[in-house]
Design a protein around this ligand. Structure first.
Ligand code: GLY
Length: 412
């Protein structure tokens, strides 16, 4: 941590301080130990605005950007789980810049995305509709345009809730699978209750979060990826992975979804159980012996230790996942505001380190390259053989969100 020189009035000391701060993209904030400067954050957001305009040029009108692989842009139809992130990123960057072109680009995509409000075949409606329409409502205040869409979507999401299991079903197949990622869809429900005055959405969110605490987490506060239930009696059929290295491993993005989810649930409910739980998850992640120095995690926390007979051992031990770091940075910035003293400073300094890493090589792409995506080196799913070491739309979304959250801290 960079601190002021003891004697404030020595001109040489000040010059050295400015030089060190400039070299490290940092500035001293004596009140709160924040280490990234507004100039640094704004420079990253300016680059994000420039880069998303490059991306905009490559997206077909009826599709959403997904990744860039082998020198080709890959886009998706609106029903793919990541469809809300690009409009969400455009909206955050509109919020930052006031650039009306970004708002219009977002609105164009909201038009094609709206039909997903009727989609009862996915649990990902929070990602799809809340990151997009939720941000649109927050920024424009246009309830006439967005309230009905959000509430119809929230009704579709809770159609997947089973009161015997006490959780929302994630996928088809399996028996009744619930994945840790589903914590991220709960904010959509708490907000739907605020918007409608009907507590049923929030009640389901709370019940789902409590079931997840009970059944997804191990004693060390790492999470299984999938818990498969028997929908007849709510008993557990199996605890497995789908995107991690093996069933008992800690798939990195899953740990990040869980952390973000419980920080958010504390914000939304004020229940200290969620705050304590989030702190324990943060402790697992931040103290993990396999956490690299740049704080951009491996795709699975257990990846570096994979035994030779693991199918991913030979090739994938050292792959990183920038998307995990983006989600973690955003969650840790928020968590730092709910903690005090050294604990708060620790969360914030870890988020700062993640943002510094992501904002530089090899993670941040040069403007005009990388298909218009901001970040490189994310992993979609190694077990499925898809989107390995590529840019991903959600890595960019949570990176932008983290920058915006940090900017708001600085401007407070
Ligand atoms: N929700 C899917 C993923 O995190 O890859």
């Amino acid at each position: 941590m960079i601190r002021p020189f003891p004697n404030f009035f020595q001109p040489i000391g000040w010059c050295m301080l400015l030089l060190i701060s400039a070299c490290q993209n940092r500035s001293v904030d004596q009140d709160n130990d924040r280490q990234l400067s507004l100039e640094f954050i704004n420079a990253q957001l300016d680059d994000a605005v420039a880069q998303i305009k490059v991306l905009a040029d490559s997206v077909p009108a009826d599709q959403l950007p997904r990744t860039f692989q082998g020198d080709s842009s890959v886009s998706s139809a609106t029903e793919w789980w990541t469809s809300g992130f690009y409009p969400g990123s455009l909206l955050y960057l509109y919020e930052y810049s006031g650039d009306e072109q970004l708002l219009q680009l977002a609105k164009d995509k909201l038009t094609i995305l709206e039909k997903e409000k009727y989609n009862k075949g996915t649990h990902d409606l929070g990602f799809m509709l809340y990151c997009s329409f939720g941000n649109a409502l927050r920024l424009t205040g246009d309830t006439a345009a967005y309230k009905e869409i959000l509430l119809t979507g929230a009704a579709s999401l809770i159609s997947r809730y089973n009161p015997t299991v006490k959780a929302i079903r994630s996928w088809e197949g399996w028996t009744y699978p619930v994945i840790i990622d589903n914590m991220m869809n709960l904010e959509f429900l708490t907000q739907a209750s605020k918007l409608s005055g009907d507590t049923k959405y929030r009640d389901i969110a709370v019940t789902h979060a409590n079931t997840t605490i009970k059944n997804h987490y191990r004693p060390d506060y790492s999470s299984y990826h999938v818990v498969d239930y028997n929908p007849e009696d709510g008993s557990i059929v199996a605890k497995k992975t789908a995107q991690g290295a093996y069933d008992e491993s800690a798939w990195a993005r899953g740990q990040a979804w869980g952390l973000y989810g419980y920080v958010m649930m504390y914000r939304e409910t004020g229940d200290e159980t969620y705050l304590d739980f989030a702190k324990n998850i943060a402790s697992f992640i931040l103290n993990h012996p396999n956490m690299p120095d740049d704080l951009v995690p491996y795709w699975d926390f257990n990846a570096p230790d994979l035994p030779a007979d693991n199918p991913y051992a030979a090739k994938y031990k050292t792959y990183r996942d920038a998307s995990t770091a983006s989600i973690l940075a955003s969650a840790l910035i928020e968590l730092s505001t709910y903690a005090e003293g050294e604990e708060s400073a620790n969360y914030l300094s870890k988020a700062e380190r993640m943002l510094e890493s992501l904002s530089s090589a090899p993670y941040k792409a040069a403007i005009g390259t990388n298909g218009g995506f901001i970040l490189q080196h994310s992993v979609g799913s190694i077990p499925h053989g898809g989107e390995i070491d590529v840019p991903l739309t959600y890595a960019d979304y949570y990176y932008i969100e983290a920058l915006m959250r940090y900017k708001k801290l600085l401007e407070k």
